[in-house]
Design a protein. Sequence first.
Length: 338
Amino acid sequence: MNLVRAEVERLSARRFVQLMVVLLVLAFGVTAATTLAGSHKPNADEVASARAKAVEARRGMESTHQACLDRQNGLTQPDERGDWYPADCSELDPLRAERLPVAADFLPGVFSFAKEARPLLYFLIAFLVLFGFLVGASYIGADLNSGGVVNLLLWRPRRLTVLGAKLGTLLGGVLVVSVLASLFYLATFWVIGQTAGLAGRLSGDFWRSLGAVHGRGLVLVLLATAVGFAIAALGRHTSAALGAVAAYAVVWELGGRLVLEIVDARRPDLLMLSSHIGAWLTGEARFWDSQLCAGSRPGVTCEGFYSLTWGPALLVLLLITGGLTAAAFAVFRRRDLV
């Protein structure tokens, strides 16, 4: 019997995996049903009114940008327009905005696929990350705790080969489920937008942006799956992975962040794993650091923000995942499994 085929059968036969798939389907169904119940197809008058409001909003953005330029060029006095304009007026330039107001923004109670696709995809990715982590932890944790790995080694007495086959099968299975689930998920909401809402402007840039988020999300799901597998393998139990994540969240993400704020540490967000996850998933994350403006001269505007891009964030995630996985294989090779 092929080792990978045996692992695929063992993975698909696990009740916990089947339960997680059922919960995944239920979550999809509830989300789709709620969206469908809260949306309606707008009539011509609603669409016309929304378009007029969108045009007015874009004109307001252009007016604000021009007012900032006028103050910057000395054409108006600060007390005439207010002091809230940024030092760099390009931040208010509508041409540099991530998105401009569209008609869908002024249609309450109408689902717009172009507007809601990305938030919905983030929700799906979060669920799949949890799915992958729990399945990965339970898959190896239950086998180590019940003696299933020992029985498997009697048939194939090569520890690293067996563990590698388990990890590879797990990652492949989670990837297949994630791809199929995400395609079905997005297709369902696209149909809802076509039949009970608005499709919106589905340009090439929209699909490329959505595809980039989807790809980064799948990578994050696989990394979370490998982390859950590695921690459970190190702790020889599923609960080891759950306890490690809970301890990290409470001790470092909450307690550590509080201590860093008390001591006024520089750029504390760079030390948080959640910051790197957010930066990888969105492409870039901005954080505020009060010390960046500590040495600013009076009268000089200082924003106090710094950015974390997806490249360094991915490197950190890969180092953590690779380190834990390598440690799991090293310990498994020498550990007494009885």
